[in-house]
Design a protein around this ligand. Structure first.
Ligand SMILES: [Zn+2]
Length: 404
């Protein structure tokens, strides 16, 4: 059991980490690495920095075991998203505590989890616990801007393979009720742009084959897809298998551009969509997109083009139908800790996808309940009781995952 002093130290370290301004687009990674190095020393963990490029590094804090068994990876990202300071009730990098609520950018996403891993380790060490597997706490840069120079790069390095990972924990989302959200996959991502071209001329005429008619066709098809998925989600709510956001494909029009002036018919339009694709839906969704562009009414093929700005490829999912030993231990620990859980698909994308793509089982889990979902929002906070309860959950989780 923890005592009051442990709790105070944990909150103190959490506040200090919030105060390191690792905010995009220019995160203070040097400040964070310094903080983590001191932390590792304090806890008696091995500390290593691995260089990804001239300004991007990962920190690995390791609690070694003498065994050669597969290790566990406790992952968190160091960076946080920008703030609109004028909308905050306290300075967003202060870690100020009001009514027990710890305020600050990253309190939910995900500096809380990074500190909880380490404070759980502090408690296990204080109990003289000896892990039978090596534990690696990994702190990565740039998750908030897609992880291209972060985790995506790291998994290609020999230093990563040498970690000998069997199982990884990564971030999840807060839950507004008393049920913990457990994510065993992310949706795939397609950021796309349609470019349509047509005849131009004076805005008073009735010109044939315009870009606008092609844009209309695409809009109709894409928004119909959106409406159908929305209906599927809504209809399922009254069945015994209600779907969640992660189980459907969402399509959102995010940008339109075209036209030069009021009385000129535009020769071109661009339409951008953010599409998040449900598990096992990748191939059929791509087929649908190709089909839309093929069916656009046009005189020449070059009048409608589909460009993939970002294409994640199909997203690997951690198998929960025939769960691995790791997942069984995770489940069992949640039961032991009397945590109600909802196993689902992460609606957006996390660094966990890069690990899953390499074949590792990964669970996305942020032990945050009874809390408004405030990631990326103003006045992001985490109540200290929820934060401290999370440490107790990780104590049990880390012990169970490394006791054999
Ligand atoms: Zn995050």
């Amino acid at each position: 059991m923890s005592d009051k002093k442990d709790d105070q130290v944990a909150i103190q370290r959490f506040v200090e980490y919030i105060q390191v301004k690792t905010v995009q687009p220019e995160p203070d990674y040097d400040g964070a690495l310094k903080f983590l190095k001191n932390y590792a020393q304090e806890l008696g963990l091995e500390y290593r920095v691995i260089t990804l490029d001239e300004s991007r590094h990962v920190a690995v804090l390791t609690w070694p075991s003498s065994s050669v068994e597969k290790t566990i990876l406790l992952n968190s990202h160091i960076d946080v998203v920008p703030v609109f300071e004028e909308n905050w009730i306290v300075p967003p990098f202060s870690g100020e505590i009001l009514d027990g609520k710890i305020y600050g950018r990253g309190t939910q996403d995900m500096k809380c989890v990074g500190i909880q891993y380490l404070e759980a380790i502090r408690r296990l060490k204080a109990e003289n616990y000896v892990p039978k597997r090596t534990i690696h706490c990994l702190f990565v840069p740039d998750e908030e801007i897609g992880g291209v120079r972060g985790m995506k790069k790291f998994v290609t390095l020999s230093e990563f393979k040498e970690l000998n990972i069997g199982f990884a924990l990564d971030e999840g989302l807060a839950s507004e009720d008393d049920v913990y959200q457990v994510y065993h996959g992310d949706r795939a991502v397609n950021w796309i742009q349609f470019v349509v071209k047509g005849n131009t001329g004076h805005g008073s005429r009735l010109i044939e084959n315009t870009a606008a008619e092609k844009a209309q066709f695409i809009l109709n098809e894409m928004l119909k897809y959106r409406a159908d998925e929305k209906e599927r989600l809504e209809k399922s709510q009254t069945t015994d298998k209600p779907l969640q956001l992660g189980n459907i494909t969402t399509v959102n029009l995010t940008k339109i551009a075209g036209g030069v002036q009021q009385n000129v018919v535009p020769d071109q339009y661009s339409l951008w969509f953010d599409c998040r694709i449900r598990p096992n839906g990748y191939d059929s969704f791509k087929q649908f997109l190709q089909d839309v562009v093929r069916r656009v009414p046009k005189q020449n093929d070059n009048e409608a083009e589909l460009i993939f700005i970002q294409d994640s490829g199909p997203a690997a999912i951690t198998d929960v139908e025939s769960p691995s030993w790791w997942l069984q231990i995770f489940r069992q620990t949640c039961e032991e800790m009397k945590c109600k859980t909802n196993w689902t698909i992460f609606p957006a994308a996390t660094d966990g996808r890069y690990l899953r793509d390499c074949g590792y089982p990964v669970i996305g889990f942020s032990p945050i309940i009874n809390t408004p979902v405030l990631l990326h929002d103003h006045n992001e906070y985490l109540h200290q009781d929820v934060f401290l309860r999370g440490i107790e959950i990780y104590v049990k989780l880390i012990a169970n995952l490394t006791s054999q």
